[in-house]
Ligand binder design. Structure first.
Ligand code: MZP
Length: 501
């Protein structure tokens, strides 16, 4: 056997040592833009992200709702593949067809419908806005509007009638009149209303202008209707049914694929990548993994992967290390694979981004992963805690929790992820079924995590991720100094209060 000289380590064993920060090194000047797919020296990647996080290819994490919420923040979700090809393709289509602020003829409700009906309609259509017509059909008279920005609904009983919470319409405009946004805003202010619906030539409710768009001017409302932004969405695929699944996902409009597997240094991955290259050339983008060392990275880069995912056994719900004794500390894996990526770039002039997958527990782990060379991180537990994840919100011991289960658990039954060519079944579990504390909305939480990241980057004198990777100075910490890093030798007030109670 080969023995490594050093133990493999994980993020909690490291800290960043601050460097010089100039006066313009402030969080608002930091950009977190990062490449997602490979590119040649001097060229730009065809897909990049504005925030360096993607959500995990898991039933309890990435469905279409999560994908829309994360894309809105500048990241990408990889919709899970442990479901039928048709269902996965449907989810992709819903994300691609989703137009923020747009509605279509199938988003109409009757004033007597309930909030539950509205939520079901939004889920079905993926539209952010629902029009209320007097008879619940697109051809009825428009009487109201319900938008995603209407946060009141989260506090309402699902039996509440639409008529009680819709925003009544007092004025509408017609798309073909070709008025500008500033004219629309004049109407909004003249009529003291917050939202102005736009109706198309078929009398259908197609969009709306908000009071807050007041600054926009000289934009023709028709132009506003062509300028709809499509969100970027990813999808997981496996090494078994890829010849059927990939064409269906491509047809549905997927932007990027990723092979979902617990172990990526295999002939199965090479065959899957070859299929994509032979069928689609470089048009279809696909990541591969997971690997934890230089050899695994080079194998997948040579086989044509657009990015390589790193990590075995570090996921919060993962018991692969306990079940099979396979894995490597996540920090060590990222450090070695990042070096391999840089070496590959030097040799070939091709930069293949790497994604650190799993094991992010504290927000600063994200920052460390980037400092160690990851281009972006994939997270499961983190996103499972939010409203937008597909799992149930439950009360456990008086606290709100969300369910979070591994793809290798008996619940997910994703045998393809652990497939090494044997029978089509999960022979033993490599993941658990668990709860994670409910944390609210994705937007609010991600904002805080990213502002911590930007602040740490400024402490190290860096305004971009590549600059950070170059400037970061990282130190190992002793177990005693880890204790020093938390609150210590004080009595925390909330614990004291609980003791008195
Ligand atoms: P985490 O962010 O929850 O720590 O880890 C998420 C990652 O764990 C996923 O992206 C995937 O690579 C991995 N995973 C998913 N299911 C299992 C399992 O059941 C697993 N063992 O290890």
């Amino acid at each position: 056997a080969y023995y490594y000289d050093e133990p493999s380590r994980t993020f909690s064993e490291y800290l960043l040592v601050p460097g010089y920060s100039s006066a313009d090194c402030i969080p608002s000047n930091v950009t977190l833009k990062t490449p997602v797919v490979k590119f040649k020296k001097g060229e730009n990647p065809e897909i990049s992200m504005n925030v360096p996080v993607v959500s995990a290819i898991m039933q309890s994490v990435s469905n279409d709702t999560m994908a829309i919420a994360l894309a809105r923040e500048g990241g990408i979700s990889f919709i899970y593949c442990s479901q039928s090809i048709e269902r996965q393709a449907e989810m992709i289509k819903r994300v691609k067809n989703y137009k923020a602020g747009f509605v279509s003829s199938d988003s109409n409700v009757h004033p007597d419908n309930t909030l539950a009906d509205v939520l079901a309609l939004k889920e079905k259509t993926g539209h952010s806005t629902v029009a209320v017509t007097d008879d619940g059909t697109p051809t009825g008279k428009f009487v109201g509007i319900i938008t995603s920005r209407d946060y009141r609904v989260s506090r309402m009983d699902t039996e509440t009638k639409v008529s009680e919470f819709m925003t009544p319409l007092s004025k509408i405009i017609y798309a073909e009149d070709g008025i500008t946004l500033s004219e629309a805003n004049d109407i909004i202010w003249d009529h003291k209303i917050n939202v102005l619906p736009i109706i198309d030539g078929n009398q259908q409710f197609v969009s709306f202008v908000f009071r807050k768009d007041y600054d926009a001017h000289k934009v023709n409302v028709n132009e506003l209707l062509d300028s709809s932004k499509r969100y970027i969405v990813g999808a997981g695929v496996n090494t078994r049914d890829y010849e059927e699944r990939i064409p269906a996902l491509v047809e549905a409009g997927v932007d990027i694929l990723c092979i979902d597997s617990s172990e990526g240094f295999t002939e199965w991955q090479k065959r899957t990548l070859s299929y994509v290259r032979e069928t689609y050339g470089d048009k279809v983008k696909i990541g591969a993994g997971n690997v934890v060392d230089r050899d695994g990275f080079r194998f997948l880069a040579d086989a044509g992967a657009d990015f390589v995912k790193v990590g075995i056994g570090g996921g919060a719900i993962c018991i692969t290390r306990e079940a099979k004794g396979i894995g490597r500390g996540q920090a060590t894996a990222v450090i070695e694979v990042a070096r391999a990526r840089d070496e590959y770039f030097e040799e070939t002039g091709v930069y293949v981004p790497i994604c650190s997958d799993g094991g992010i527990v504290q927000d600063y782990h994200l920052t460390l992963a980037l400092a160690m060379g990851a281009d972006f991180c994939m997270l499961g537990r983190y996103f499972a805690r939010f409203d937008e994840s597909p799992s149930n919100k439950v009360i456990v011991n008086g606290n709100y929790m969300k369910e979070y289960w591994g793809e290798g658990s008996a619940r997910a039954r994703n045998w393809q992820r652990y497939d090494s060519g044997g029978a089509a079944k999960l022979s033993f579990e490599e993941g658990v079924d668990s709860y994670v504390p409910y944390a609210g909305r994705l937007h609010d939480n991600l904002k805080i995590s990213l502002s911590k990241m930007k602040s740490a980057m400024c402490n190290c004198g860096a305004l971009t991720i590549p600059e950070f990777q170059q400037k970061a100075r990282i130190t190992l910490v002793s177990s005693v100094s880890i204790v020093e890093g938390g609150a210590h030798d004080v009595v925390l007030k909330d614990q004291q209060t609980r003791a008195v109670e």
